[in-house]
Design a protein around this ligand. Structure first.
Ligand code: PLP
Length: 391
């Protein structure tokens, strides 16, 4: 964090005002910037000046957004991307060479899993996985070619919690770059750099936008690593658009109040589900029944907005339950002001075998709720009526 408190930086860190003395940050919807003369142009391209040249490299709106995320995460530097996945991919592509190896937690976002299994192997980059109960095996997976230790926490969609401090120590001991996808926590609830992360990734599409409008991503962390990521990205073109950066920077102004309310609602929803007789398991980091509850308490301010639960009756029950939902949305997004209910086994993870699904922590009856900002009684009433009708 900078010199001021989180909420203040989120609101008050802004690019310089123009001659119009606008109060809110203006939108610089421009693809390029002009030079005073040939000498100015030469010096700009020779990196002798820290200034905007072309919006694939940088833009005042993306810089404002990145600067805020850096302050919130306690990071030295960062780069903003068009999507969370371009942040994940560009981070790997910039830092890894053919023959390099990644050690990752088993439960990761579906597209990240596809990167590890289908695409990175095209460049001879391989990945070994540890399950949530195999943290003690991480060191045995490290080889001389291992370069990155990767995790999410909480994980998508199983809502497992990994001990970031422990992983940070392992990464340090083996000289690995420790990369954390911090999307489910948001920069407000958890700052992995404090626990030893070298790089932190966010899909800004989720809680950071928080209103289901734009896609975006960001990687922040150690300046030397970010410089490599910046040079790769400046030349390959996954940059965030100035418009989306402007939306996202404005969203950060309300991040703390939104996430506080998301967490308050999610805790109430999880307590309601815990007492329901058609539900066999509820997973929410700030329920004392969560298997890694104490770790969650150590590294997170609150439990986040994602609740996972297991409905009795397996895959059919999950599908029927979704069909009875009335208020909440059936949608692929999460971290939205609108509550979203998904059934990973029949949708996002339907291409995996049942065995593969179980390995990433998805049983057939698993339902994931991204608890929104509607009145929590209405959210609970909707889940309750769907639970009473589904069979
Ligand atoms: C959504 C998500 C991503 C990908 O972000 P996009 O903006 O959709 O590309 C990456 N990691 C996690 C944990 C996510 O939930």
């Amino acid at each position: 964090m900078g010199s001021k408190k989180f909420e203040t930086e989120a609101i008050r860190s802004q690019i310089e005002r123009s001659q119009f003395l606008e109060h809110s940050s203006p939108l610089y919807l421009t693809s390029s910037f002009i030079f005073e003369d040939a000498e100015d142009m030469r010096a700009s391209f020779a990196d002798e000046k820290d200034r905007n040249i072309y919006s694939r490299f940088s833009n005042p709106n993306t810089s404002e957004f990145v600067d805020k995320i850096c302050k919130m995460e306690g990071a030295e530097s960062g780069y903003a991307f068009a999507t969370g996945m371009s942040a994940v991919f560009s981070t790997f592509a910039a830092l890894l060479n053919s023959g390099d190896h990644i050690v990752s937690s088993r439960s990761v976002f579906g597209s990240t899993h596809s990167l590890f299994t289908k695409f990175l192997p095209k460049w001879n980059i391989t990945t070994s996985y540890f399950k949530i109960d195999e943290v003690d095996k991480i060191e045995s997976l490290v080889t001389p070619n291992t370069k990155i230790l990767y995790t999410e926490s909480p994980t998508n969609p199983a809502v497992d919690i990994l001990d970031l401090e422990l992983l940070g120590k392992i990464a340090k001991k083996h000289n690995l770059i420790f990369v954390v996808d911090n999307c489910f926590a948001s920069p407000y609830l958890q700052n992995p750099i404090k626990f030893g992360a070298d790089l932190v990734i966010h899909s800004a599409t989720k809680l950071i936008d928080g209103q289901g409008r734009v896609l975006g991503g960001v990687t922040v962390g150690k300046a030397d690593l970010i410089q490599e990521i910046y040079l790769f990205s400046r030349n390959t073109g996954p940059a965030l658009s100035p418009f989306n950066a402007w939306v996202l920077s404005k969203s950060l102004e309300t991040l703390s109040v939104r996430v506080d309310k998301h967490c308050e609602n999610a805790l109430k929803v999880s307590k309601f589900l815990e007492n329901h007789n058609k539900i066999s398991m509820v997973k929410y980091p700030f329920l004392t029944s969560h298997p890694q509850h104490l770790i969650a308490k150590k590294q997170m301010k609150q439990g986040g907005n994602i609740v996972a639960f297991k409905i009795k009756g397996g895959i059919e029950a999950g599908r029927k339950f979704l069909n009875k939902i009335e208020l909440c949305s059936l949608s692929a997004n999460l971290g939205d002001s609108r509550t979203i209910v998904t059934h990973p086994a029949s949708t996002t993870h339907s291409k995996l075998s049942e065995q593969e699904r179980l390995e990433v922590g998805i049983s057939d009856g698993l339902v994931r709720v991204s608890v929104g900002l509607e009145n929590v009684e209405d959210i609970i009433n909707d889940l309750n009526q769907a639970l009473s009708k589904y069979q």
